[in-house]
Ligand binder design. Structure first.
Ligand SMILES: Cc1cc2nc3c(=O)[nH]c(=O)nc-3n(C[C@H](O)[C@H](O)[C@H](O)COP(=O)(O)O)c2cc1C
Length: 167
């Protein structure tokens, strides 16, 4: 005899988006470089601390993103935590068909070709730990290997589909 499983309907995509709009998030631009020296980056709000031991960050990346192949292959990446002055940069790194790095103040993380933002609120250098496919995203787990911080200023937040800065 089959016992029917209790079924709770999943939230439709629009409801999920509306719900997640209520979850405040730090805005970041995640960057890397590929084997040909080409720089890649995208605006990301799906960045969280994932583990203390080992020290892991996790970045959610859409499987349909133009950045997918570069980031799933990359041995290292940088999470640049945006400052309140980075609204235009955040929009640019979420835009299609533009040269996202052109005219922006990216530098190379010392001793590497990894692009990072020296005027970010903070920048985390990560070594690829694992890449896990989850639904329509991949979860990039990175081990923290370096931090560039110590700047005054306020981080840029994303909440209710717009920018905010903490007071
Ligand atoms: C506020 C904001 C947060 C975003 N967060 C993420 C994210 O966490 N992960 C992701 O894959 N894309 C995120 N995106 C979308 C990407 O920045 C970008 O728009 C998308 O990758 C563009 O696709 P393309 O690179 O294929 O052109 C976000 C966009 C905005 C505006």
């Amino acid at each position: 005899m089959k016992i029917p499983l209790p079924s709770t309907p999943l939230a439709p995509a629009a409801d999920f988006r509306d719900a997640m709009a209520l979850l405040p998030a730090a805005l970041t631009v995640v960057t890397t470089v590929d084997g040909e020296g080409r720089r890649w980056g995208f605006t990301a709000s799906s960045v969280v601390s994932a583990s203390l031991d080992p020290p892991l960050l996790l970045v959610g990346l859409s499987r349909t993103s133009s950045c997918h192949d570069a980031f799933t292959a990359a041995p290292e990446f940088v999470v640049n935590v945006l400052d309140s002055g980075h609204r235009a940069l955040a929009r640019k790194f979420a835009a299609h068909g533009v040269d996202r790095f052109a005219g922006e103040g990216f530098a190379r993380w010392p001793g590497t070709d990894l692009p990072y933002l020296p005027d970010a609120h903070a920048a985390y250098r990560c070594v690829r730990h694992d890449v896990v496919t989850m639904g329509d995203h991949v979860l990039l787990f990175g081990s923290l290997t370096g931090v560039d911080a110590h700047r005054p200023g306020t981080p840029l937040l994303w909440y209710r589909r717009t920018f905010h800065t903490p007071h």
